[in-house]
Write a protein that binds this ligand. Structure first.
Ligand code: FES
Ligand SMILES: [Fe+2]
Length: 445
């Protein structure tokens, strides 16, 4: 798929209205699109869906091969490798893989299987071999019998080498993993020969987002947790805003003037499909000023669950934001195939989400926030308060997932109904299923 799959409606029907009285008061109202039009323009059916792909063990096994072993996966950022010799590991136990990412003495970032060529000991780990680690080194040394490797993976020392039989240096180098960097994000691909380069995979429109100044928002906070739900279910929770008045009813205010499509708050005015990826763009805080609850503590700290009230000046946001050109742009949420999300907020901070499968019905969720360095104590306090409130909002989302997982596995119902505002999650499940079907056809399954 290419950018040609951007839905046609965006080009043919202007669906964002001009200014209204409400907008003049800081509230933007979008025209209601024709029912089903996003879904149809994505080339998807509008019928009910099965969520068997979120619990069936056979599907899960094939999904690992068809999706995760064949796609470019984002496993970190360049800031985790600030100097030559710095490294981090990424545990992908569901793929029986531990990845070692290391910046060589030549400055190159490389990825290897984190396994010793001697007797298979895991190479880099700290207290617990199944936990991720990071640090810096001049050589990669095995803790078991002392074999050592250069930072480019070549073998450099074998303890008591004459005792071995026909050792060849080329057989002992660490197995390489395809690795590339885009916009400071470190990607790997576990396929023997990746089907596309990283940049081809990202598509031209998304690739432009590389100019977004992530490096000017380097104050990073990271949270993670394990959730009793299939990884796609949590992606789904952040691919629509239809749930907001209910799941987040305590931090939105239904009594105030409503905005958005159909005057229901938090509807999304633009969806786009770019290859296997999706974009949702909204006015964010700008479109929904009237529907947020502003509690006294939010006023005091000048922040709330969608960020700080102030916007730091970080200069240009590059030429990749708001590719749909919506008025009053507030936020782009890139849903990157298969399992990561990048969100750019117009109040100048960014998020990433990552969803790593652990079993058919369990995954590890990672959330990272990047702020600009605060320049005053007031800004620092606003960031801290925003983080607490954002985390509360995300917990509200996560809290629903285990109930959803149980519900979709119920014998009582096998088909479920998605509205046009849920087009992005319909797209995710369809693309995953298409990849699994292609894999099964290839294997004659
Ligand atoms: S397993 Fe690594 S040196 Fe023996
Ligand atoms: Fe939510």
């Amino acid at each position: 798929m290419t950018d040609a799959s951007i839905n046609a409606r965006d080009k043919s029907t202007p669906h964002i209205s001009g200014l209204t009285e409400a907008e003049a008061a800081g509230i933007q109202i979008f025209e209601k699109p024709a029912p089903g039009s996003w879904t149809e323009s994505f080339g998807l059916s509008t019928g009910p869906v099965s969520f068997e792909d979120d619990y069936d063990p056979e599907f899960y096994e094939d999904e690992k091969q068809a999706v995760f072993r064949r796609s470019w996966l984002n496993i970190g950022r360049v800031e985790q490798l600030p100097r030559n010799g710095t490294y981090f590991t990424k545990e992908l136990q569901f793929l029986r893989t531990s990845v070692l990412v290391i910046r060589g003495m030549d400055g190159e970032i490389r990825a290897f299987h984190n396994v010793c060529s001697h007797r298979g000991n895991r190479l880099m780990w700290d207290e617990n071999p199944s936990e991720e680690s990071s640090g810096s080194c001049r050589q990669i040394s095995c803790k078991y019998h002392g074999w050592r490797y250069e930072l480019d993976g070549e073998i450099s020392y074998v303890h008591n080498a004459p005792e071995f039989f026909d050792l060849k240096a080329e057989d002992l180098a660490l197995p390489k993993i395809h690795c590339d960097v885009w916009a400071g994000f470190v990607y790997i691909n576990l396929d023997k020969e990746p089907r596309q380069t990283l940049r081809e995979f990202l598509t031209p429109t998304l690739e432009k987002f590389e100019t977004y100044p992530f490096e000017k928002m380097p104050r990073v906070y990271h949270f993670e947790t394990e959730v009793e739900a299939n990884w796609k279910l949590f992606m789904d929770a952040f691919q629509e805003l239809y749930h907001v008045p209910y799941v987040h009813g305590k931090v939105t205010n239904a009594a105030l003037a409503q905005t958005g499509v159909d005057k229901v708050p938090q509807m999304i005015p633009y969806f786009g499909a770019y290859g296997k990826h999706r974009l949702m763009t909204t006015g964010g805080a700008k479109a929904n000023k009237g529907v947020r609850v502003r509690r006294p503590i939010d006023a005091l700290f000048e922040a709330n669950f969608i960020g700080t009230d102030y916007t730091p000046d970080i200069g240009s946001l590059g030429d990749g934001v708001n590719p749909a050109g919506i008025e009053n742009w507030g936020v782009d949420s890139w849903q990157l195939y298969p399992n990561s999300v990048i969100i750019a907020w117009s109040s100048n901070y960014w998020y990433t989400y990552h969803y790593w499968p652990l079993s058919p019905t369990r995954h590890r969720f990672e959330w990272t926030v990047g702020f600009a360095e605060p320049t005053t104590i007031r800004e620092r306090l606003a960031q801290e308060h925003a983080l607490v409130m954002m985390r509360e909002g995300i917990l509200q989302d996560a809290n629903t997932l285990e109930a959803t997982q149980l519900g979709i596995m119920s014998e009582g119902r096998t088909e479920f109904y998605l509205c046009d505002q849920e087009v992005a999650l319909r797209h995710l499940h369809e693309v995953v299923k298409a990849d699994v079907d292609a894999y099964r056809a290839e294997k004659g399954k």
